[in-house]
Write a protein that binds this ligand. Structure first.
Ligand code: AMP
Ligand code: TRP
Length: 324
């Protein structure tokens, strides 16, 4: 397995979209790093107490998934090389290419009151990845464009200053790369959605999960089949259940085609409950043990710093900065 790097923002609780789109593809290989990107969560206004609570809780989820050993879990702000390389890349990135980022366009373009960080954020993300010399970046569909920018920056840097950076590849699954909101299947499932019924959390109990799935917004008609344009709600549930149940979407759809939405949703709920329960139990156990979380984060910080420090020195040498 190639070494991987990925990140997740501590802006709220981890949901099934995070798990299916990204976390289930994060593997605990030696040399891989999984980062709670707290500096990324500052592009929009934040509450300091909530930031720290969410950072620990997000870390607990990653540790519960077994990513703390031999791969490492750490907090971005504890490894100062991220912010430093980010500035260097800010001077390499171009206004034009950053203006084309769809996430910025949807949240900030044309507004005078958003932070500069919201615009510059993909450069910090590029720094995260490039510090670790990894080939693979497992993410959901919404991050693809940012990884393409990272590749462009790495190639531009290498051609100007010499071969310092590994050029990474996004790793995006074919099914489940964009899990949709249960309340509005035109939108992706999102941490920032205020409606708790729009998403399933990894800490939700069995009954809560069942209720959210049984009341999920579905489409007109009665037949169960996969067609994301005509049947976005049903297709979303098919993708969720197929990925978690380890079955092909078509096979699952064929079994429920004529059984009606109610029976289908009941089956989806069973699959999701079965997949989430063991994760929830481990997450809750770890959340009750903050010392264990902090100790794992300290080990993660020290390994990440040992990797990122020499890489930043190579960058500095290549661009003519004095390395002590
Ligand atoms: P975020 O919550 O924005 O920090 O995202 C963490 C990871 O989860 C990233 O790799 C995202 O691409 C992925 N992700 C977030 N929301 C979804 C979703 N609704 N469907 C699939 N992947 C997602
Ligand atoms: N921008 C990503 C998101 O919002 C999180 C992220 C930050 C990330 N740095 C990263 C993902 C590096 C992969 C690699 O979801």
């Amino acid at each position: 397995m190639a070494k991987a790097f990925s990140g997740i923002q501590p802006t709220g609780e981890i949901h099934l979209g995070n798990y299916i789109g990204a976390l289930r593809n994060w593997k605990p290989e030696s040399g891989s790093y999984y980062c709670v990107v707290d500096l990324h969560s500052m592009t929009m206004p934040w509450d300091p107490a909530e930031m720290l609570r969410n950072s620990r809780s997000t870390a607990a989820h990653l540790l519960a998934l077994g990513l703390g050993e031999p791969s490492r879990v750490f907090l971005q702000s504890q490894v100062p090389e991220h912010a430093e390389l980010s500035w260097i890349l800010t001077c390499l990135g171009r206004m034009g290419e950053l203006s084309r980022m769809t996430q910025y366009k949807s949240k900030g373009r044309g507004r005078q009151d958003v932070s500069v960080g919201l615009f510059a954020y993909p450069l910090l993300m590029a720094a995260d990845i490039l510090l670790y010399g990894v080939h693979e970046v497992p993410v959901g569909e919404d991050q693809k464009q940012h990884i393409e920018l990272t590749r462009d920056l790495a190639l531009r840097f290498n051609s100007r200053y010499g071969p310092v950076f590994t050029v990474p590849e996004p790793r995006i699954s074919e099914v489940g790369a964009r899990v949709l909101s249960l309340r509005n299947p035109q939108e992706k499932m999102s941490k920032s959605d205020p409606d708790p019924n729009s998403k399933i959390l990894l800490t939700d109990g069995d009954d809560v999960i069942r209720k959210k799935i049984m009341t999920a917004v579905t489409d007109s008609g009665r037949e169960v089949y996969y067609d994301p344009d005509e049947k976005p709600g049903i297709s979303n549930l098919l993708e969720i259940a197929a990925t978690l149940g380890g079955e092909a979407v078509e096979d699952l759809a064929a079994r429920y085609r004529d059984k009606g939405y109610g029976a289908f949703k009941g089956a989806v709920a069973d699959i999701v409950i079965g997949a989430v329960r063991p994760l929830r139990e481990r997450v809750l156990e770890l959340l009750a043990s903050p010392t264990e979380i902090d100790e794992a984060l300290e080990r993660g910080r020290s390994h990440a710093h040992a990797e990122a420090g020499p890489m930043l020195d190579s960058v500095k040498r290549a661009i003519g900065l004095l390395v002590p």
